[in-house]
Design a binder for this molecule. Sequence first.
Ligand code: HEM
Length: 431
Amino acid sequence: MTDTTQLWTRLDTFDLTDYTDRSHRQGRDALRGDAVLVDQIRALTDATAAVRKDAERLSPGTRHAAETAGLFLDAQEYLLTHDKPRYEQYASVGLLRHLLRVDGNTASRAERAHIWLVFRRILEAQLEFELAALAGISDLDKREFSPEVARNRYLILAEMRELVPGRLGGRVVGSRWLTMPSGDRTLRQVARDRSGTAAIERLLLFPQTTCYDEVAFLSQIQLGECLFWGALLCVRQALAAVAAGRLASATGHVRAAAQFAHPLIKIFQSVRAMPPAHFHSFREQTGNASAVQCESWQMLDAHLYGVLPEKVEALDSTPEVRHVLTLDRPGFVPLVQVVAGLGETPEERLLRDEIITLDQRVRAWRAFHTRQLAGRQNPGYLPEDACGSGGTAGFPYLAAQRPPRASGMVKGSVINSDQWVASGDTKIGTR
Ligand code: HEM
């Protein structure tokens, strides 16, 4: 038997339905105490890593499947063998990035549509989770289920569907919640589904606790990830187009980025539907997981505004995002600064308007997060004077951030293309 045949046989022995069910019903601590399970996951992680090491000689389908299974197993192994989760493992961000197919530097129409599709599937799964609980047909036995909270969150999340562009707003078939209890697919079958749909439904969401609202929290993080990645790729394409003097093309890319930024505020409004007491019930278990470790956001922020001086220390002390500091260099011009070089031709005005819209959406998101989530008091989501789980000062760290405002950029000299850094110069995921 070849290595890969052996691997598929072994992955067939992993009972995904049982694992998912236990993580929802018992929480991570109970699973961590199961030495047989931990050993099995460790062994499968090693076997998958051995195959992934030789990725070059694998067919694209096999490579995709090995990568899918490997990224799932890497995160689960980490969570089961470390006291404190980190952001990427906690929210299955490595696997999500792979499923979003965002490792390249482009944001073609098809690539953007794919990101929206993944977003849509995650959203739909969360809506069905809330509906099943509200209808009393979920048997996951979750703690602190409040019908009022679930209903309010459902309504906000449902509004988000309207912000998914055009044809992609149609209904998505399939759900992790309707298939989970009887789901008979093994890890091998899920990993080998080329479309990635099965992996989205079955491999992304594993809570630490049995708290009902933690499921939504994980979905909300993953929805945010989809939008950050989508916006980032478009912004990079826009910068490359500006560098090449193709302003109409840049405008299209910025418009697409602004579309991705549109639902961001709704994600936070839906987080706010959760009472702080519910957050306190699972916050401790999220350990050192903090979105300060979120590569897509930190890259997006830096491409939009430049590396904010208030963030240098946090970025430097966070391995997942330290590489973002490479953008803090002379010659790198972030998107809002492009406004300063635009004149009054119709083409330039269009581009400026789109950049301002994008900036406004991202600012609204940032302000809501800082004031309504991190800064909310009586009762607050965070204990007063609490540090952030990412090791920052928490609220003061967020409140200190002063990104330059696109609308406040003074008109400067004509754009000199030598000034611009083409988007291909900075690689994503190079840490
Ligand atoms: C009750 C919910 C939340 C609270 C209280 C909260 C609080 C915080 C705090 C205190 C930080 C500072 C960094 C640190 O942890 O040391 C932070 C960072 C961050 N959070 Fe949240 N957060 C919440 C939910 C979310 C969600 C659902 C998302 C994503 C959809 C998110 C995205 C981010 C991002 C991207 C950062 C990094 C900001 C930066 O470094 O510029 N947060 N959050």
